[in-house]
Ligand binder design. Structure first.
Ligand SMILES: NC(=O)c1ccc[n+]([C@@H]2O[C@H](COP(=O)([O-])OP(=O)(O)OC[C@H]3O[C@@H](n4cnc5c(N)ncnc54)[C@H](OP(=O)(O)O)[C@@H]3O)[C@@H](O)[C@H]2O)c1
Length: 218
């Protein structure tokens, strides 16, 4: 089955970290936020993992530009994202993907009660949601263009499984050091030639940041 076109977008420090551990960290420049919101408006849905919902509590809406409000997708095996999260304030158009046999049925009912759609798929070998199955469900949710915003575990999974078409990274001139969360975890590569890389790279200055875009080579 065809999957949506997937774009990863995130902001990282020059030492490759996307946030301070456990803290909401506004890394993007103002122009970076405008860019991110433009990308949201051009997408059918925005996806994040449960970690980002719990730590950042994002709305995942378009506010810095005028345009289409995308659907929102959350990956949460047990469905243990708080229903009081801002993303559920207007829960129609929100899909929560959980894992069969692990998802909490009480949570499932609570999420449906606030208006979110919930779908369960199989778990992967790494005991997280099987992404290719999740992408099938997301396609059936009416999504052709999907913007994946993070956090680190979700970004790494999409790249490791080569389920990415485009990457947009805002490189912010700040160091976060070892209390920062590395943008990438395990990518299951042992040799340099097998490392995922970008082609058709474009570079743009945005305020004091640098934006790098490219297509992920398979
Ligand atoms: N700088 C940026 O652009 C940016 C953007 C977004 C987030 N962030 C930061 O990222 C941090 C959160 O990152 P994180 O790595 O802790 O959390 P995350 O990537 O947002 O969420 C990870 C969680 O998603 C669930 N999940 C289900 N299926 C998965 C799969 N196939 N692959 C990966 N995860 C899956 C798992 O939790 P379950 O057990 O619930 O399934 C997993 O622990 C926060 O500090 C936030 O501020 C930064």
């Amino acid at each position: 089955m065809a999957r949506p076109e997937v774009t990863l977008i995130y902001a990282q420090s020059i030492d490759g970290r996307i946030a301070l551990l456990g803290k909401r960290t506004q890394l993007s420049s103002h122009s970076g936020l405008v860019l991110a919101h433009r990308c949201r408006a051009e997408s059918d849905a925005v996806l994040v993992g449960s970690g980002t919902v719990k730590i950042d509590n994002p709305q995942l809406s378009v506010r810095f530009v005028s345009g289409n409000q995308p659907k929102r997708v959350i990956l949460s095996s047990r469905l243990d994202v708080p229903v009081s999260s801002r993303v559920f304030e207007n829960a129609s158009g929100v899909l929560v993907v959980g894992t069969k046999g692990i998802a909490d049925t009480t949570r499932l009912r609570e999420l449906e009660k606030v208006g979110a759609e919930v779908k369960l798929v199989n778990s992967s070998a790494k005991s997280t949601i099987e992404l290719s199955e999740a992408l099938e469900v997301i396609t059936n949710f009416g999504v052709r263009k999907l913007l994946v915003e993070g956090g680190a575990r979700v970004l790494s999974s999409f790249i490791r499984e080569r389920l990415v078409d485009r990457v947009v990274v805002e490189l912010v001139p700040v160091f976060l050091g070892e209390t920062g969360v590395a943008s990438m975890g395990d990518l299951a590569v042992e040799n340099f030639v097998d490392c995922p890389s970008l082609k058709d790279v474009e570079v743009e200055r945005l305020d004091s940041s640098v934006v790098i875009r490219g297509r992920l080579s398979s």
